[in-house]
Design a protein around this ligand. Structure first.
Ligand SMILES: C[S@@+](CC[C@H](N)C(=O)[O-])C[C@H]1O[C@@H](n2cnc3c(N)ncnc32)[C@H](O)[C@@H]1O
Length: 937
């Protein structure tokens, strides 16, 4: 690299050097010389340095005049400043411009070249291109005129520690290197440079001026690379407390009280940097200064005071006549008044005055407060007297309490809470939200792990074929005879038969029909959503999963459908013995004889638990010819969040399988079992039994004949071995009575067969009403009375008993399968259990005979000849067990509050439909039959 001699030497401006210099000079013109390198100035002012005027080339001379006067003045000022400073004169050799490693010319040389000489005007500055490479200093900063306060870092003023960066190519070399005369090593910084640094007030730390490593050729470069100084600066800025005086303002108009700064008032940005604050302050000050003297700023309202009247958020114009104001709506009134004012601005007051005189003062209408018709206490009694149920002593004691001593004049409007707390507490009533205030509950309930749903029933195996053979499959289509005003209420024949109305069988039409529960359910739930579905599975604390309502339900409203696979009894047995043999509980519900709904894969209705005081009922319906089963609300509304339950009427069969009931109701039976009345039904009179024995030989077939034939011949020989006990529950009996009324055959039937007909006409009617969801009590009672009458007129065997057990049941001998004949009506226990036929076979062994009971029961006959005997209502479910100890579980016993049988009588009486009457007859017969093998007893 060619050494560039110091510019102070004239020899350096040889041709070669000149070229280089000229290139540097050319660079001077790159930027306007707003700033000036102090070191260059110092060099220029150094007396030892030869005056550059003698060495300036003509080119430079041409460039000098370009310097503006102001700049020149600046430069001169700087020169004077530097001249005043004592400094060492540097030898020309030291003033030589050191080259950096890249061989570039340092700006020192340039500075020397462009050093203006006061004696030699015109000094026009330096060429612009060279200027660009010069270090740029902020003169304002250097001169201390910049409005920055001193910053402090670590307790010291930043100025003293601050590392300022100099231009990267500033010659800053170690003195040692220069002393050695080693030309390869960058020479020591020339004094003028140091002076310049000093002038800037830069106090470089020792580390900064330490001998630099070969990789760091000079101090300045190293300093540039150190970002720490920046960090320090920031830190110190942060740590420096903001000058309160600069921010705190004083109210100019007031008494010098300090007020919050404008910035803090205006901005909501919170903590900001000082720069931002100052910037914002400046800006706001500038903007607000103009407003400072305004009235708005000082909150001085110079406008005339105008009094306005507002009522209920509306402006009342005092000038407007009251009538008009009351009659016209505000907007219209405003427009009218405007137009009137525009038309006759001067006459208006006169007109108003005239009007006022003519009409006189209009009495103000008193606003009537609108009270909510529903609330916490709606539908509840007024508070009772707190002393009501107390004895005299307690009353006296209570009355002596200071809190309860009545004040002379109680302040009813705003009673002081201090002395009325106790009274209010005592007067307070328990409340329950009205049931129809619905609010879906929050999610988050644990759900069953394996949970497969099926929203529609599905026939499996022979079940479909079997169902198609049942009379219900075709009978449902016969039309009801309702009128639109009836609305398919309780008298609707379809309803009585538990056939849901649809377009094919309804005489009324959808608009008026009330017998479309399943359709309503479908419409309600088709959109989905927690509220519409209205139920959700919840985890109970002690009974596994359960179902709770997610909304409220009206009494008797349909809630959800019990769906699953419809299987035959054989399939049920198979599943019980093979598939569900290890299950804890089963989800099997008998719909009809040989028709079981297995909800193991089904709707969430299977999770509904049992309660001895249930709030729901499980009812079987036929919808469009298909068997359906659904959970309906009971006779009271259901609130949001209530657990839904129905009475399983669970029959555990053996003590082994008895489960403790955890329903927690006051009348809990203690175990999951049948209702008490069912456990011990009142024994029939002996004569009746005898007569039964004497009259009935065979099972259901004979009985049916008798019932159907009416006047058929009496059996000649009383059966010896078979005891047929026909217990007529209220509904069956009612059905029977209805049939009698319809056909006139009951008399003889009862005559022939000694029946124990237990009737609860009143309760039946009630149940019917509930189940049907309607409540025309009067007519129901009438019918009940009529039915009662008809039954009372029957023979001695007919008895009327309001409190008769709803489910008829007779226990048989130990280990003997109990056979029960139930109807489609949910009033009778529906059985699902293990064992039944297959179990019996197992128990009996291959060589043994099937127990007689099996043969004798209508169940068996129904099973063998479903077409003949299996009236859909006579479902015989033989409880099934597994292995040797049959696990007899009655998982489903639909609510005994059946609706169907109750309606049978009415239907039989009223309906012209022979098919329906026939079905009612079938049901009536089958529902009441309990067959017990003589041998077993
Ligand atoms: C059809 S399941 C009902 C859903 C069942 N809780 C579950 O988690 O799957 C019937 C079984 O629930 C239990 N259960 C239902 N109601 C009950 C009650 N009130 N007390 C005790 N256990 C009950 C019994 O174990 C019964 O066998």
């Amino acid at each position: 690299m060619a050494e560039i001699g110091p510019l102070s030497s004239e020899t350096s401006f040889s041709s070669g050097a000149l070229t280089e210099s000229s290139s540097n000079i050319a660079s001077f013109s790159s930027t306007p010389p707003t700033t000036l390198s102090p070191d260059s100035m110092s060099l220029a002012s150094d007396p030892d340095v030869p005056k550059h005027g003698s060495i300036v080339t003509p080119l430079l001379d041409a460039a000098i005049p370009l310097l503006e006067d102001a700049q020149k003045a600046q430069i001169q000022q700087m020169e004077r400043d530097f001249d005043r400073k004592p400094r060492n004169t540097s030898p020309p050799a030291e003033a030589q411009e050191p080259n950096d490693q890249s061989g570039r010319h340092t700006p020192v040389a340039n500075a020397i070249v462009v050093e203006p000489l006061p004696e030699e005007p015109p000094f026009a500055g330096r060429a612009r291109r060279a200027r660009a490479s010069l270090p740029v200093y902020n003169l304002a900063k250097l001169s201390g005129t910049r409005p920055y306060t001193k910053r402090v870092a670590n307790g010291e003023p930043v100025d003293s520690k601050r590392r300022r960066t100099i231009a990267s190519d500033t010659p800053a070399t170690d003195s040692d290197e220069t002393a050695n005369g080693d030309t390869d090593v960058p020479p020591k910084a020339p004094e003028p440079v140091q002076d310049g640094i000093d002038a800037m007030g830069l106090d470089l730390p020792a580390a900064a001026v330490a001998p630099s490593s070969p990789t760091t050729p000079n101090r300045a470069r190293r300093i540039i690379k150190k970002p720490k100084s920046v960090k320090l600066t920031i830190k110190s800025t942060k740590s420096t407390p903001a000058p309160a005086a600069s921010i705190t303002r004083r109210a100019t108009r007031l008494s010098g009280e300090p007020v919050a700064s404008l910035t803090s008032k205006i901005t909501a940005l919170g903590k900001r940097s000082r720069k931002t604050v100052e910037k914002g302050l400046d800006r706001m000050t500038h903007e607000l200064r103009r407003l400072q003297d305004t009235n708005e700023f000082a909150h001085i309202d110079t406008r005339p005071v105008r009094y306005t009247v507002w009522s209920n958020g509306k402006y009342i114009d005092p000038d407007a006549p009251e009538e008009e104001a009351a009659a016209t709506p505000p907007r219209k009134k405003a427009r009218t008044s405007e137009s009137a004012t525009a038309a006759q601005p001067d006459k208006e007051p006169e007109i108003d005055a005239e009007k006022k005189e003519a009409t006189g003062p209009v009495p103000k209408k008193r606003r009537v407060k609108k009270w909510l018709d529903r609330g916490l206490y709606s539908g509840q009694d007024t508070p009772v007297d707190v002393f009501q149920n107390l004895n005299a002593q307690d009353k006296k004691k209570l009355a002596s309490l200071p809190e309860l001593i009545r004040p002379v004049k109680p302040n009813k409007t705003l009673p002081s809470p201090m002395y009325n707390g106790l009274r209010m507490l005592m007067n307070g009533r328990d409340f329950k939200l009205p049931f129809d205030i619905c609010s879906p509950l929050p999610p988050g309930q644990p759900k069953p792990a394996h949970y497969r749903t099926m929203t529609k029933n599905r026939f499996v195996g022979d079940a479909s074929a079997y169902w198609k053979k049942t009379p219900h499959f075709g009978d449902f289509a016969s039309k009801c005879v309702c009128k639109p005003e009836d609305g398919c209420a309780e008298d609707c024949q379809n309803r009585i038969m538990l056939y849901e109305c649809d377009e094919t069988n309804c005489n009324v039409g959808k608009a008026h029909c009330q017998n479309r529960a399943f359709q309503n359910l479908q419409e309600r739930t088709k959109t989905g959503g927690r509220y519409r579905v209205g139920v959700e599975v919840v985890k109970t604390s002690d009974r596994g999963y359960g179902v709770r309502s997610n909304r409220c339900f009206e009494p008797n409203q349909i809630i959800m459908e019990y769906t699953g696979e419809i299987i035959t009894e054989e399939e049920c047995d198979r599943r019980m013995n093979e598939v569900y043999k290890d299950n804890e509980c089963y989800y099997l519900m008998s719909f009809d004889q040989n028709m079981i709904i297995d909800a193991t894969t089904g709707s969430i209705a299977r999770f509904v638990n049992h309660s001895c005081s249930p709030n729901c009922r499980m009812i079987k319906w036929i919808v469009s010819g298909q068997p359906r089963m659904a959970l309906f609300a009971g006779d009271r509304p259901i609130m949001t969040g209530e657990e839904l339950t129905y009475d399983y009427n669970f029959d555990p069969f053996s003590a082994k399988n008895v489960q403790k009931c955890l329903c927690g109701s006051p009348n809990c039976r203690g175990v999951l079992g049948p209702k008490p009345k069912e456990v011990k039904p009142p024994k029939p009179p002996k004569e009746t039994k005898k007569s039964v024995k004497g009259t009935i030989k065979t099972g259901k077939r004979k009985l049916k004949e008798m019932l159907a034939g009416g006047d058929e011949e009496e059996p000649e020989k009383p059966a010896k071995k078979v005891k047929l006990v026909i217990k007529k529950a209220k509904k069956p009996s009612l059905s029977s009575a209805g049939l009698k009324a319809a056909k006139g055959a009951a008399k003889s039937a009862v005559k022939g067969a000694t029946l124990i007909i237990r009737r609860g006409v009143a309760s039946v009617s009630t149940n019917t009403k509930l189940a049907l969801g309607s409540s025309t009590k009067k007519s129901t009672t009438k019918k009940a009375a009529a039915t009662r009458k008809s039954i009372t007129t029957s023979k001695k065997s007919t008895t009327t008993d309001k409190e008769a057990p709803r489910v008829k049941r007779k226990y048989v001998k130990k280990n003997t399968p109990r056979v029960k004949v139930s109807s489609r009506s949910s009033s009778l226990t529906t059985i699902v259990a293990a064992g039944s036929a297959s179990e019996k076979k197992k128990t009996a062994g291959p060589g043994k005979k099937t127990p007689k009971t099996k043969k004798m029961t209508p169940a068996s006959s129904a099973k063998s000849t479903p077409k003949k005997s299996a009236t859909p209502s006579s479902s015989v479910k033989v409880a099934s067990g597994r292995k040797r100890t049959p696990s007899w579980k009655v998982l489903n016993s639909a609510s005994p509050d059946s609706e169907m049988a109750a309606g049978d009588a009415v239907s039989a009486k009223n309906t012209p439909s022979s098919a329906k009457s026939r079905n009612a007859l079938d049901m009536a017969r089958s529902d009441k039959i309990w067959v017990v093998d003589d041998d077993d007893e």
